[in-house]
Design a protein around this ligand. Structure first.
Ligand code: NAP
Ligand code: G4F
Length: 331
């Protein structure tokens, strides 16, 4: 049975990837941070009591800032595949916490790569690289597009990208970068723009809220569906040779478009509810990200199936159910 370790297993992508790997018959290990409250809400449907027979899903405490823990954990688990998804992943927050973001999102990748090298582990390594690395370089962006990061987060991801390539070139590791464009789902963190919008739509429709404050509505993003993007991660680690891949839909919508899709799906006129708040602007913005995933299509056979307007509907439906539950109005 193949063994995988997922860092960031409690996050949006980590939870979908854990489900996918369990479906494929893997033994799945996840790294979680100790917190004073439960942080495993996205894993409830796959959590298994470790006392039961035949359990294939295990959680281990650890933190990206703790290199020795990463060494002992990898030594103990001996995974065949390591999916490194953990990061301080919020771009706006990275301007408030640039040093912490560098330590976790950037140096965290080096700590894992170095832990793998130090113990001589023969495994395949996936780095969660980001379209945010392209930053100010105009679209369309593919694997050969130069990086021009516009945030501490983007700069930290560029460092992680190059460290992954360096360990591949220097030590012959099967180490790959998935350069994923924005991907969303009902499990998206509530402070990313799509989820913030669909959550507000649900709450407004349920009578719990009356307005939504947003920043830049003109930014263009290529929003895909997270559940499909984790399939691309797995495919990258099954390839014959290690390589880096862009994963995107190739479609482009503004934040304003997404607002329109979400409110319209709930039968609401967005202009009555959306307000501007400059707190949500960034010191330097990424104006447009639109990916060209032709390499992933040709070499991995990966293609997006769900596009932005439908993702907005899926997310609104899920958030409306939550809001109606909170308002005590579910049948
Ligand atoms: P997410 O929901 O924010 O999840 C981040 C995960 O990292 C969470 O499990 C979090 O744990 C964990 N984490 C954060 N700091 C940590 C630390 N110091 N030690 C251990 N774990 C830590 O992110 P996501 O959307 O699933 O994205 C997954 C990865 O892909 C991230 O690296 C992100 O930067 C990258 N990425 C995302 C997108 C996208 O559109 N979603 C696009 C390109 C790249 P807690 O649950 O305890 O907070
Ligand atoms: O949803 P966002 O916060 O995502 P952003 O900055 O594109 O980053 C996400 O995608 C990256 C891949 O390209 C990932 F690497 C990263 O980890 C993360 O998952 O913001 C999207 C756009 C921005 O242009 C932002 O300025 O929405 C704009 N926006 C407008 N009002 C807002 C808001 N963003 C947030 N979070 N909150 C607002 O109120």
């Amino acid at each position: 049975m193949k063994k995988a370790l997922i860092t960031g297993v409690t996050g949006q992508d980590g939870s979908y990837l854990a489900e996918l790997l369990l479906e494929k018959g893997y033994e799945v290990h996840g790294l979680i941070r100790r917190a004073s409250t439960f942080n495993t809400g996205r894993l409830e449907q796959i959590y298994q009591d470790p006392h039961l027979e035949g359990v294939r899903f295990f959680l281990h405490y650890g933190d990206l800032t703790d290199g020795s823990r990463l060494v002992t954990l990898l030594q103990k688990i001996q995974p065949d595949e390591v999916y490194h998804l953990a990061a301080q992943s919020h771009v706006r927050v990275s301007f408030d916490e640039p040093e912490f973001t560098g330590d976790t999102t950037g140096t965290g990748t080096t700590r894992i790569l170095e832990a793998i090298r130090m113990i001589g582990l023969d495994c395949r390594f996936y780095q969660a690289s980001s379209s945010e690395m392209f930053g100010a370089t105009p679209p369309p962006q593919d694997e050969n597009t130069p990086f021009w990061p516009r945030s501490p987060y983007g700069a930290a991801k560029v460092y992680g990208y190059w460290m992954t390539r360096n360990y591949r070139e220097a030590y012959g590791m099967f180490a790959v970068n998935g350069i994923l464009f924005n991907h969303e789902s009902p499990r998206r963190g509530e402070t990313f723009v799509t989820r913030k919008i669909t959550r507000a739509v649900g709450r407004i429709k349920a009578g719990l809220d009356t307005e939504l404050y947003l920043g830049n509505l003109d930014a263009v993003r290529d929003w895909g569906y997270a559940k499909e993007y984790v399939e691309a991660m797995w495919l990258m680690l099954q390839a014959d040779e290690p390589s880096d891949f862009v994963v995107a839909t190739g479609t482009a919508y503004t934040v304003r478009d997404f607002v329109g899709f979400a409110f319209e799906h709930a039968g609401l006129d967005w202009e009555k509810y959306v307000r501007f708040d400059e707190r949500y602007l960034r010191p330097s913005e990424v104006d447009a990200l639109i990916g060209d995933a032709a390499k992933a299509a040709h070499e991995l056979g990966w293609k997006p199936r769900t596009l932005t307007p439908d993702i907005a509907k899926i997310m609104v439906d899920a958030d409306l159910e939550i809001a109606l539950g909170a308002a005590g109005r579910l049948d």
